[in-house]
Design a protein around this ligand. Structure first.
Ligand code: HEC
Length: 116
């Protein structure tokens, strides 16, 4: 009897943790749809530093080998990676799905395309 109760408790705990991890993976952000990354790139001032011919264009083109998640994290909090970087922190302006959409576009070579 006691064993049965215990196994019921463990069963519940296991189910709970499965639900929990399931919840986390569901909550993981996807690149936001319905955003125009090129327009956002200009509106947020990224072009000032990263457009072709701008001072840090090569920094962004060199980063295409990173994952969308890594780039999104960078875009929101560059200070976390390079303290004192010239790049502003965008965490309050760009949520994660939007950062992922930008990251996807960056990986596809967006910043090198002629701006509209
Ligand atoms: C004032 C200049 C400036 C602005 C504005 C700016 N960046 Fe940057 N960015 C940098 C610099 C400088 C680096 C390279 C890191 C360093 O050397 O400090 C960089 C690096 C990057 C990288 C490469 C990161 C890596 O892991 O190698 C990405 C991606 C990036 N920026 C995206 C953006 C996006 C998207 C925006 C607009 C939301 C933006 N940047 C706005 C200066 C800027």
């Amino acid at each position: 009897m006691r064993r049965r109760i215990l196994s019921a408790v463990y069963g519940t705990l296991l189910a709970g943790s499965a639900l929990w991890s399931g919840g986390v993976s569901v909550a993981q952000a996807e690149p936001k749809k319905d955003v125009d990354p090129a327009a956002l790139f200009a509106r947020l001032g990224c072009t000032l530093c990263h457009a072709p011919g701008a001072r840090y264009h090569d920094r962004i083109t060199k980063a295409v080998g990173k994952t969308e998640q890594e780039l999104a994290r960078w875009i929101r909090n560059p200070e976390q990676f390079v303290p004192g970087t010239a790049m502003p922190t965008y965490a309050s302006l760009v949520d994660e799905p939007t950062a992922l959409a930008l990251a996807k576009w960056i990986k596809a070579g967006g910043p090198s395309a002629p701006s509209k």
